[in-house]
Design a binder for this molecule. Structure first.
Ligand SMILES: [Zn+2]
Ligand SMILES: [Zn+2]
Length: 143
């Protein structure tokens, strides 16, 4: 069976990604850092092992904003679109799911729901920060 590959990239097309395999984690993030970066109430994150995400065009057109050492936010210098977020602490790269062509987005949880500005009633678990296996408290909040 052939491995699924995805294309992603910025709004103007200067930066293009090729991603191998399906995402390891799909989850909504409600944290202030994601919200302010995307100017959106919720970030629909899709995370792959860092080695699965390759910049195939326009690497020199990416700019880097390190809000923290844990998240390296990269965006297109021409159109400003959010392209990817490197998480070196756990070896994963987040590609904002809205930019991934033909990805059938299937989130399994909400992260940082303690910082939410927009409640969501979809029955998925709502972690106050992160599950324990990602270094969080594991605390689950009501919707
Ligand atoms: Zn662009
Ligand atoms: Zn976040």
């Amino acid at each position: 069976m052939a491995t699924q590959t995805y294309k992603a990239g910025c709004a103007c097309g200067a930066v293009q990604l090729e991603i191998t395999g399906d995402p390891a984690v799909q989850a909504y993030c409600h944290c202030h850092s994601c919200r302010s970066w995307l100017s959106a109430p919720i970030h629909a994150a899709a995370l792959w092992p860092a080695s699965s995400v390759k910049v195939v065009k326009g690497a020199d057109n990416l700019s880097l904003y390190k809000r923290t050492e844990g998240s390296h936010r990269q965006f297109c210098k021409s159109c400003g679109a959010a392209v990817l977020v490197g998480h070196p602490g756990f070896g994963m790269t987040d590609v904002p799911s809205g930019s991934v062509v033909d990805l059938a987005y299937k989130p399994t949880a909400h992260l940082n729901y303690g910082e939410k500005v927009m409640p969501v009633r979809d029955g998925l678990p709502k972690y106050k920060d992160f599950p324990k296996e990602f270094g969080g408290s594991g605390e689950v909040l009501s919707e």
